[in-house]
Design a protein around this ligand. Structure first.
Ligand SMILES: *Cc1c(COP(=O)(O)O)cnc(C)c1O
Length: 462
């Protein structure tokens, strides 16, 4: 039995999978500030039309351009590994497989969408991309892709992570990106947030406001905004992970996984591994599909499914999603990439349908899992990925209790080599758990009362 299952470059998937084609109830459209559905034209102030077409597409399969594949070959297909050493340590009869997305140049799954986004922008005539970054993974991925494709990249990095992870900025600059801490003095929204709260740790919602403003205020149209998660076209690009995993499981003689697990911040690495299997589930397979989030930012498990802004200043369209409210500033936990108030509308709709069952786990359990993983499998995972590892261990132990030989498939979204401050604090016993108070969630509900309500549409099949 091989412990790494590899695909040849010639076996790479040549199309992305679009879940919007198969959800039993149609997606509700994004809305403008007036509460009316947005037209593709109105999105064109910040996105190029070729990506807007993907955003609204309901085609099941979308071709991956040859030039994009030529860049992805640098690290794709990524390995599928069997976690035999963890299995042994846990004494579980479960077979644990994981997709290793830490092998990309930026160290995470994010280049899977950064490369096509930069490529489509280049085709469209964009010169500069603006974006936000939480832990710094996305800013690195987009800086990397922009440098290969020939675009300028400007990154607004959430203040707390900017301070915790100074080398991320250096990494972005090495790839030619420009990085400032957010909130910054460079945008109107940034200056306003700083005035209200000079010591704010920042949030992804605030950084998105700044990046959107920076793109929209270039009236020449040559600056566009790029988002690393949440949107439909981002989920689409990430499905290459799950499509590869399917081929690799087949090579290992596995017909289907029983359980699929990914951590969820904005939903993209989870969607990447899970959507091709959600397709199987829609077609009758029995698969448990689990997005995992922190208890301090429990968007899917405690948030409200309704229309909300993707950013704090309210500059983005209103999206139908699970949300903790666009004003929510999560505790400064170390899994920066999971500190987001909203969620991908496609992931949210899959949860509403009952096609996946979200779970929240506190950060110390996640760090314990990450340490056990490092001491068995060897990889020091990103704090975000440790949430998937913790859920995998929970499921492997459950399989042991039940005496069942389940197949678990997990997405290892990235390595933690730039995130060692969190590990260091954990190892020194300085980290504690946060659970979001009900009072804050009630306040959110109240705040969101002024915005349009999303309908809870479900077929009742799951
Ligand atoms: C950004 C990031 C995440 C969270 O983002 P998603 O869109 O939910 O995938 C998770 N893991 C890593 C390593 C990240 O860089």
């Amino acid at each position: 039995m091989s412990i790494k299952i590899l695909l040849d470059e010639s076996e790479i998937p040549r199309q992305w999978y679009n879940l919007a084609a198969d959800l039993p109830t149609p997606m509700q459209p994004p809305l403008g500030p007036d509460g009316n559905p947005l037209t593709p034209e109105s999105l064109s102030a910040i996105f190029p039309m070729n990506l807007i077409e993907q955003e609204v597409s309901t085609e099941r399969w979308i071709d991956i351009p040859e030039e994009v594949l030529n860049i992805l070959y640098r690290w794709r297909p990524s390995p599928l590994r069997r976690a035999v050493f963890l299995e042994k340590a846990l004494g579980t009869p479960a077979k644990i497989f994981y997709k290793d997305e830490s092998v990309s140049p930026a160290g995470s799954h994010k280049p899977n969408t950064a490369v096509p986004q930069a490529w489509y922008n280049k085709q469209f005539g964009t010169k500069t991309l603006t974006t936000e970054t939480g832990a710094g993974q996305w800013g690195c991925a987009l800086s990397f892709a922009s440098s290969l494709i020939g675009l300028t990249c400007k990154v607004f990095m959430v203040r707390i992570s900017f301070d915790q992870k100074p080398f991320r900025k250096t990494m972005m600059e090495t790839w030619g990106g420009k990085c400032v801490a957010s909130p910054s003095q460079e945008t109107e929204s940034g200056r306003r947030f700083l005035k209200e709260n000079p010591d704010t740790p920042g949030s992804l919602g605030i950084a998105i406001s700044e990046a959107v403003e920076a793109a929209a205020s270039d009236k020449s149209g040559s600056t566009k905004y790029s988002l690393g998660s949440v949107l439909n076209h981002v989920m689409l690009h990430q499905t290459i992970i799950g499509l590869e995993a399917k081929k690799q499981l087949a090579k290992a003689g596995i017909k289907k996984p029983d359980i699929v697990i990914g951590c969820a911040g904005g939903g993209s690495n989870f969607a990447g591994i899970a959507f091709p299997f959600i397709n199987d589930k829609i077609n009758g397979e029995q698969i448990e599909i689990i997005p995992v989030e922190p208890t301090s930012c429990p968007t899917l498990t405690k948030g409200i499914f309704t229309y909300d802004f993707g950013d704090t200043a309210g500059l983005t369209p209103l999206l139908p999603m699970h949300t903790l409210g666009h004003n929510f500033v999560p505790e400064p936990i170390h899994a920066g990439g999971l500190r987001y108030h909203g969620m991908s509308p496609l992931v949210s709709q899959a949860v509403v349908e009952g096609l996946c069952a979200p779970r929240a786990i506190p950060q110390t359990e996640c760090y314990n899992a990450a340490i056990q993983w490092a001491r068995t499998e060897g990889i020091v995972v990103a704090p975000e990925s440790s949430h998937a590892v913790a859920a995998t261990i929970q499921e492997a132990l459950k399989a042991k209790e039940e005496g069942k030989e389940k197949v678990i498939l997990m997405n290892l979204s990235g390595h933690g080599h730039m995130d060692l401050l969190g590990y260091s604090k954990f190892l020194n016993g300085e980290l504690s758990d946060h659970t979001l108070e009900q009072e804050k969630i009630d306040r959110t509900e109240h705040e969101l009362d002024t915005l349009p309500k999303a309908q809870v549409n479900k077929s009742g099949k799951w």
